[in-house]
Write a protein that binds this ligand. Sequence first.
Ligand SMILES: Cc1ncc(COP(=O)(O)O)c(C=O)c1O
Length: 378
Amino acid sequence: MKIETFEMERWQSQWENVVEYNLAESGVDPLTVEELLGGPEAVQELGRRQMLYNQGNGTPELRDRIAGIYPGAKRENVLVTHGTCEANYLATWRLVEPGDEVVVMLPNYMQIPGLARGFGARVTAFHLREDRDWAPDLDELNRAVTPRTKLIAVCNPNNPTGGVLSESAMSEIVSVAERAGAWLLADEVYQGAERSGETTPSFWGRYEKVIVNNGLSKAYGLPGLRIGWTVAPPDLIFELWSYKDYTTIASSVLSDLLARRALEPAMRARIFDRTRSILRRNYPLLEDWIKGHGADFSLVPPAAGAIAYLRYRHNVNSSELMKRCISEESLLIVPGDHFGMDGFIRLNYGVPPDHMHAGLDRLDRVLRTVEKVLGARG
Ligand SMILES: Cc1ncc(COP(=O)(O)O)c(C=O)c1O
């Protein structure tokens, strides 16, 4: 099977560990193993672990911890996956047949639309509208969903906009899914990374055909663990587990253990506090930088995630601009083109402040060159 290129992940995979300044991430500066475990003795203890195959669907202890986050969920409702990306992959692979209709929220982390097209679906969209502070166009959703819709995929909080759905938008999305009898897949990986401190409510429990995917890469600052999960009805979870036999079999024993630590309730609260304090510390720096550029940039303030989806007014294509950032300044930022939206860039503000300042200075230098060379001012 041929599959379209997942532009943003290709971009990250190729460059994130090569450039000097990476402002293309969407999470916060990651924790160390020692910070997570609480000291060198615990790290030594980790060194004595035998490198077994882990329990395929995740240890019962980890599944219990995850289930504890979702009211009414039990261990049987949970499958531990290799990051949220595997959770999205397994659900899409299991549910989407050639000819199915799939409706996705756009813009979006583009994994599910790309996969669904690869599996032969007809993919249509409903959009988040910039002029409504990234609230969804629910009329468009209603028009897109038909009795043949198999799956509706949303991302809340949203990547790349950082927008969070209102309670009424969530209810309407659930009603539309229910009317069509479609599965509703909610990627909630940015839950817990809200600047306000108010945790975004989950879609879990709002309808019997809801699938919630999440993981430790963003709000928890633990992308290197590669731990994600699906919460869904037990029958579906059991099937998804059998699909996982074909992908990664099991997560690493070490990651399972560290994930259990991260999800201890007190630790989880501490990690969310850390994430939010990074966001609150850095957001004003970004705001100042934007103010310093007058009308050249505009931003609907993101509610969650360490991402700012900036509209720029320079008359230059976003991929071209971002390629110049790599080649001229060893700086990585995501172009709006990767979300099908030229004229935007997605900037990470979850990094240490000196890194952020240096990265933004480099972006300024590229913008000045572009203005000089291309006369690129909109
Ligand atoms: C919405 C969304 N889902 C899933 C992922 C992949 O996350 P993970 O590292 O948990 O696989 C990302 C990464 O950027 C994302 O933005």
